[in-house]
Design a binder for this molecule. Structure first.
Ligand code: KMH
Ligand code: ZN
Length: 276
């Protein structure tokens, strides 16, 4: 079994800076976080950005500046979120690809998302997938529920493999409205992933208190890990997360215990078919 690709998702679109002061929201904070997480063992950074008021934004200038700063300062694979916030229109989400990321997320279906709805119409998914194929951007297919893996199978059989030919999936478990953050749900996904093209890889993240059970289940089922303050802001009962580095360090420790040490960004590029 291979080592572990660790993705850090440091910011997200859901927590506010006022509620979570340790959240990286400026470009300087994001770059500093990225460098430290890479030194600890992260290979991919999943990026949501904020505006001058620390509110989520898909502003094109800021996205471009973020991609180039992260590429200049780190060797991490830069994966922009095309999911944005639940309020973002499809046109802005598609335009994320214009900022030139190496990877971008592609969510495989609509899901209730707490009190909101995370809309992902079939035609929108097909458009996102096709644009990434054309532009040489490697997708990470985000899966919030088991049926979305069936949608992915349908997408690939009708519209072809992604750029690079390798399929990589991220299981986002424990969103209120999506699948639970349990070992049983992860195993059900892992069994279904076997029907996808040979060599398909997956990572998993558990929201909130799901983070530890999902990390342990993913490592034992051959999966990779995503951690970060996008998904988890409580380290342990009564202890807020101090930084993204704290979460990456814990993931690295778990991966080492599982004898699946972290892969470098270069090794992750090779595994996932992301050009250097
Ligand atoms: N913020 C969520 C509505 C993604 O980044 O692609 C969507 C999300 C998924 O985080
Ligand atoms: Zn995200």
């Amino acid at each position: 079994m291979t080592g572990t690709v660790i993705t850090v998702a440091p910011t997200g679109a859901e927590s506010s800076k006022a509620d979570v002061p340790a959240l990286p929201v400026t470009l300087d904070e994001l770059v500093a976080t990225a460098k430290e997480c890479e030194a600890l063992g992260a290979a991919i950074i999943h990026v949501h950005i904020r505006d001058a008021d620390a509110e989520p934004t898909l502003d094109q200038g800021r996205l471009r500046a973020t991609v180039s700063a992260l590429r200049e300062s780190t060797g991490l694979i830069v994966q922009l979120s095309s999911g944005g916030a639940v309020t973002d229109p499809e046109s802005d989400r598609l335009a994320v690809l214009d900022a030139g990321p190496e990877m971008a997320s592609c969510t495989m279906g609509t899901v209730n998302f707490g009190d909101g709805v995370f809309m992902n119409r079939w035609e929108f998914i097909v458009d996102l997938h096709a644009r990434m194929q054309e532009r040489g951007i490697v997708p990470e297919y985000e899966i919030f529920d088991l049926g979305q893996l069936a949608s992915l199978q349908r997408l690939l059989s009708r519209h072809g493999l992604p750029f690079g030919g390798h399929v990589h999936v991220d299981l986002v478990m424990g969103v209120p409205g999506g699948m639970p953050a349990t070992a049983a749900a992860l195993v059900a996904c892992e069994q279904t992933i076997r029907d996808l093209p040979e060599g398909t890889t997956f990572s998993a993240t558990g929201i909130g208190r799901g983070t530890i059970p999902v990390m342990l289940a993913s490592l034992s089922a051959g999966g990779h890990l995503r951690v970060g303050m996008e998904d988890t802001i409580t380290y342990a009962k009564g202890r807020p997360v101090e930084s993204n580095m704290q979460l990456v360090a814990r993931a690295v420790g778990f991966a080492q215990l599982a004898q699946r040490p972290p892969l470098t960004a270069g090794e992750a590029r090779e595994l996932l078919g992301v050009p250097a």
